[in-house]
Design a binder for this molecule. Structure first.
Ligand SMILES: *Cc1c(COP(=O)(O)O)cnc(C)c1O
Length: 366
């Protein structure tokens, strides 16, 4: 008997593999596999979330008015150019849904965010993978992949899982050389973690260009991954097209209230930023000390570090050893990185613990 047949492009999707939170034997250990905020959530956001539980019988505001206005005021933006979604994942999918289809091509980098390929295939488009430059985004390689069929270029900046960052000049050059019919999606999930004032100019591009969408999330810096609030900024025509296919009520009342409160807690954000910068640098320096054992930290501007294992100690063995020691990190053989572990910057204790466990493994491996 034959049942309904899924579309062939749907069956070509390799399912998304989320970061684990328990070990093989079911122990709950430090979760450094999903780039969540190790310092938790702003107490103001938590209070707003609890307060919103008084309204469970009501549908959320389908036009997201308050969220858009608060975001616009905070970042100096036009609220009419803001879209929001169930995490920025939804916004990334909306872009593909509105601007790509069968026969079209969607470009992203070799070591890129897994959602881009799923979003492209979901609408029947063809994923095109641009080569990296020692794990970093290579703007010229992306431009070299552009054809008449290209509809979208996704660039996470900083990139996940590499943590690498393309400068404002590189992003400007990429945009300047892209044909105007190609939508450039700049995924700023980790933009708040960039050192100094080195932001990539994406928001300013989205303000003036007809073909740039910037996406942002409350899941990382703002510590609200559970509540699934993301947003995007682009020309009104792009926003209007995406609104046509958006689920009307994809963001919740409580999540929205928490996000708005989180935006107002600058102290929590500053604290998270400083903590991350300190321990990202410390951890990267510790890995550098293990360089003669073949360990290498890819320079990161995000809240995680990609550690490459190019010596006797393999990433797979280190992954299992870290799990035994109580730390779950991300091993990504499915993303072409069987030799890499992506490790979220945790609390001070967690980050020191991971370094200690790695050092012990390096010594034991000889
Ligand atoms: C975490 C992440 C997101 C954000 O996901 P949400 O759906 O907003 O939780 C988007 N892009 C990248 C590259 C990420 O790593």
């Amino acid at each position: 008997m034959s049942g309904p047949e899924p579309k062939p492009w749907i069956m070509a999707i390799a399912p998304y593999i989320p970061g684990r939170s328990t070990t093989d034997d079911g122990r709950k250990v430090a979760k450094l596999s999903s780039n969540e905020n190790p310092l938790g959530t702003s107490p103001k956001a938590r209070a707003a979330f609890v307060e919103a539980s008084g309204n469970l019988e009501r549908y959320p505001d389908a036009s997201g008015t308050e969220l858009r206005e608060v975001l616009a005021a905070k970042h100096g933006l036009d609220p009419a150019r803001i879209i929001y979604g169930n995490g920025s994942d939804e916004v990334l999918h909306l872009a593909a849904g509105a601007f790509a289809g069968p026969g079209d091509e969607v470009i992203f980098v070799h070591y890129g965010f897994a959602v881009y390929e799923i979003a492209a295939r979901r609408v029947g488009a063809t994923p095109v993978i641009a080569p990296d430059n020692d794990y970093a985004t290579d703007v010229d390689a992306i431009l070299g992949c552009v054809t008449d069929r290209t509809r979208i270029v996704y660039v996470a900046n900083p990139n996940n899982p590499t943590g690498t960052y393309a400068t404002r000049e590189e992003i400007a050059r990429l945009h300047a050389r892209l044909p105007s019919h190609v939508l450039l999606v700049l995924d700023h999930a980790y933009a708040e973690y960039i050192e100094g004032d080195a932001e990539d100019g994406g928001v300013a591009l989205a303000e003036t260009a007809s073909n740039v969408l910037v996406t942002r999330t409350f899941s990382k810096m703002y510590g609200l991954a559970a509540e699934r609030i993301g947003w995007g900024y682009a020309a009104p025509e792009i926003i209007a097209a995406m609104h046509r296919i958006r689920l009307p009520f994809s963001i919740t009342i409580a999540g929205t209230a928490a996000a708005i409160a989180a935006l107002g807690d600058e102290e929590f954000v500053a604290h998270t930023r400083a903590h991350n910068a300190e321990w990202r640098a410390w951890f990267s320096a510790e890995i550098a000390k293990m360089g003669n054992a073949g360990l290498r930290a890819v320079p990161s501007q995000a809240n995680f570090v990609l550690v490459l294992f190019e010596g006797k100690l393999t990433a797979e063995i280190a992954y299992k050893g870290l799990m035994d020691a109580g730390y779950i990190v991300r091993w990504l053989p499915g993303q072409g990185l069987p030799h890499g572990l992506r490790i979220t910057v945790g609390t001070a204790d967690e980050t020191q613990g991971v370094a200690t466990a790695l050092r012990a493994m390096v010594q034991a491996t000889g």
